[in-house]
Design a protein around this ligand. Structure first.
Ligand code: SF4
Length: 608
């Protein structure tokens, strides 16, 4: 049975050992995020320092990765987060996932810490650790160019930028111009003195039943290319989502006080379209949904970015109440070059602006930068300071929760985060199933952990929701989280997962690749999602997290949302305790949020 190989690379001892995934693990966890949590849970002791030698970083491809199936070759980083102290999973695009598979591996486990900066070079036949002194200090673009020059055009990399080297708690890992941005995975890589992983390999993957797989791929391509969602996403990516979220009043503005941006007519999809100069995408995906922009005039002239997409558009407009489109492109470019997560960067900057407004920090703390709403030049300056940990940037590099602890004076009331992970661009008070997903997601406030499409776009599976209801929708929050978990066993792009081919075709494709028929049972896929989510919960409990951490920020629970003229005006989150009681009950967890013995037994998790 073809269940997958992995490589264990210890940077302290330089020892490199191959391994093979056990058959039971392959059945119960399938791959991707499933393998990530299964191995991390087994191997990481409680109370490990996320930036210490004992933390591990797992880089994963998916079981279908590298094949010509569409949108299944994304990659994932799994570790213990330095930003949250909880489980971390972060997903990236471009080609790295496919190349990892071409080299012959489902995943690599990186352990220990190198004495000096190093990078790993991997091929089908070898894995070597090299000195990276000359790469250290280079940005993500320069690093990848340099490795490309050394190893040739057929090289694909993941790397960190200066922010990861400086252990900024929300530094990401970058491949091409796409990133596994969230949770500070780049800081973990930096803490190991690991600058990059570069791969050279011939395009080749092994399939259990190539004929059946070829037929299934034809069916998958047909389904996807005939889906309306595909066409729209190919044309716009997510560069127009702000038009919709502003309209319904859930576009967070001024550090999550308002739900509509004044001047939003300057940052519409059409306005970004005017500056678009190209598009980029991931391995074997014709959608190419990354839209490339160049600024043609003004103080940001020649800023050029393979983005911003929706979340980054918001991160550099809504957070500081600036409708300046050029500044958003410049800020996005900076984050990609320096190696920062745009969501946490923008959110933390919005937090700093509010502290400045309230007088909790002043010009003396900011080296004279005036953090006044709308001041986009100060925002761009702050990004550079954060990546370099310079001046106030050193404090903000800890993330909003960490910075609030350092600053004191009530600053924690303005840190808009869950479990330490900054909220993204959907206002919880106007989309409560999304908000409660933030509150309960294993990694903290991530929209990608259980996207509430029912609240946002009126999706009808498993049923429609009223977006202002709370405990009534606990079942939908659980459905979204478990669905995401099993889809991420294949690291399927979550956009593409909505284009009509999962779960039936996914299960059959897995079976054709691995020769394991149980994957064709949709109930098995769904139970796998639940199993993954529960094991992540056990991981977090072992790290000391519990019910007290499943909470939205104080602002959402006590301050009405101001939207101007949209439907959510005056909303707050009223019934968080009732929601948690219902959510835990439906999950089979105790009042404290601990999975019951019966639940663990039903998921084959007893005794792990
Ligand atoms: S839809 Fe976009 S993000 Fe998803 S695989 Fe295709 S190019 Fe990548």
């Amino acid at each position: 049975m073809n269940t997958g190989k992995y490589l264990r690379i210890n940077l302290s001892s330089s020892e490199i050992k191959p391994g093979e995934v056990d058959e039971t693990i392959a059945l119960d966890f399938i791959g991707g995020r499933g393998y990530g949590i299964r191995y991390l849970y087994q191997e990481l002791k409680p109370n490990v320092d996320p930036l210490g030698e004992d933390n591990k970083l797992i880089l994963l491809s998916g079981p279908l990765s590298g094949t010509s199936a569409l949108a299944v070759s994304r990659w994932m980083a799994v570790t213990k987060s330095p930003l949250t102290g909880a489980f971390a999973r972060s997903v990236g695009g471009a080609d790295f996932g496919a190349w990892l598979k071409f080299a012959g591996y489902e995943f690599i486990i990186i352990e220990g810490k190198a004495e000096k900066p190093v990078y790993i070079h991997l091929t089908e036949d070898s894995c070597r650790i090299h000195n990276a002194t000359e790469l250290w200090g280079k940005d993500t673009r320069e690093t990848q160019q340099s490795l490309g020059q050394q190893y040739g055009k057929n090289t694909r990399c993941v790397c960190i930028g200066p922010a990861g080297e400086k252990l900024v708690k929300y530094a990401g890992i970058f491949s091409d111009r796409r990133s596994a941005g969230r949770c500070g995975t780049g800081a973990v890589m930096g803490s190991k003195n690991l600058k990059a992983v570069a791969i050279n390999a011939q395009r080749n993957v092994s399939l259990n039943d190539p004929e059946a797989y070829a037929t299934l791929i034809r069916e998958q391509i047909d389904t996807i290319l005939n889906n309306k969602g595909y066409e729209n996403h190919k044309e716009w990516g997510t560069t127009g989502t702000q038009d919709f979220t502003n309209r319904i009043g859930i576009y967070p503005v001024k550090n999550f006080r308002y739900g509509q941006l004044v001047g939003r007519e300057n940052i519409t999809a059409e306005k970004y379209r005017e500056l678009r100069v190209g598009d980029i995408g991931c391995y074997s995906c014709p959608a190419r949904c990354g839209k490339v922009h160049t600024v043609t005039s003004g103080i940001y002239k020649n800023a050029h970015s393979e983005g911003p997409e929706y979340e980054s558009i918001w991160a550099f407009t809504g957070t500081i109440e600036s409708p300046n489109i050029e500044a958003s492109i410049s800020a996005d470019q900076l984050c990609d070059d320096l190696g920062l997560d745009t969501i946490s960067t923008g959110n933390t900057i919005g937090f700093a602006y509010e502290l400045y407004e309230k007088g909790i920090i002043t010009g003396k703390d900011t080296d004279g930068l005036a953090l006044t709403w709308g001041n986009h030049e100060a925002m761009v300056a702050l990004i550079k300071k954060i990546a370099a940990r310079e001046g106030i940037g050193n404090t903000l590099a800890e993330g909003s929760r960490g910075a609030a602890k350092i600053i004191g004076n009530g600053a924690e009331d303005y840190a808009i985060q869950v479990k330490g992970l900054e909220l993204p661009a959907y206002e919880p008070r106007g989309a409560k199933s999304m908000g409660y997903n933030y509150a309960t997601a294993s990694i903290g406030a991530s929209h990608c952990y259980g996207y509430a499409a029912q609240d946002i776009f009126g999706a009808i599976e498993p049923r429609p929701t009223n977006r202002f209801e709370e405990a009534e929708n606990a079942d939908v929050v659980i459905y979204n989280q478990d669905e995401t978990a099993w889809k991420e066993t294949g690291i399927i792009c979550l956009f593409a997962a909505g284009w009509g081919w999962v779960p039936d075709l996914y299960g059959k494709m897995l079976a054709a690749v691995r020769g394991i028929d149980v994957y064709t049972d949709n109930n098995h896929l769904r139970q796998t999602g639940e199993r993954i989510f529960n094991l992540e919960r056990l991981f977090n409990i072992r790290q000391g997290l519990g019910r007290q951490d499943d909470t939205l920020p104080r602002r959402m629970l006590t301050e009405p949302l101001h939207t101007g003229d949209a439907e959510g005006e005056g909303e707050i989150v009223r019934h968080q305790d009732e929601f948690l009681d219902r959510y835990y009950e439906l999950r089979g967890w105790s009042k404290e949020g601990l999975p019951s013995a019966e639940k663990l037994a039903s998921l084959n998790l007893s005794g792990l």
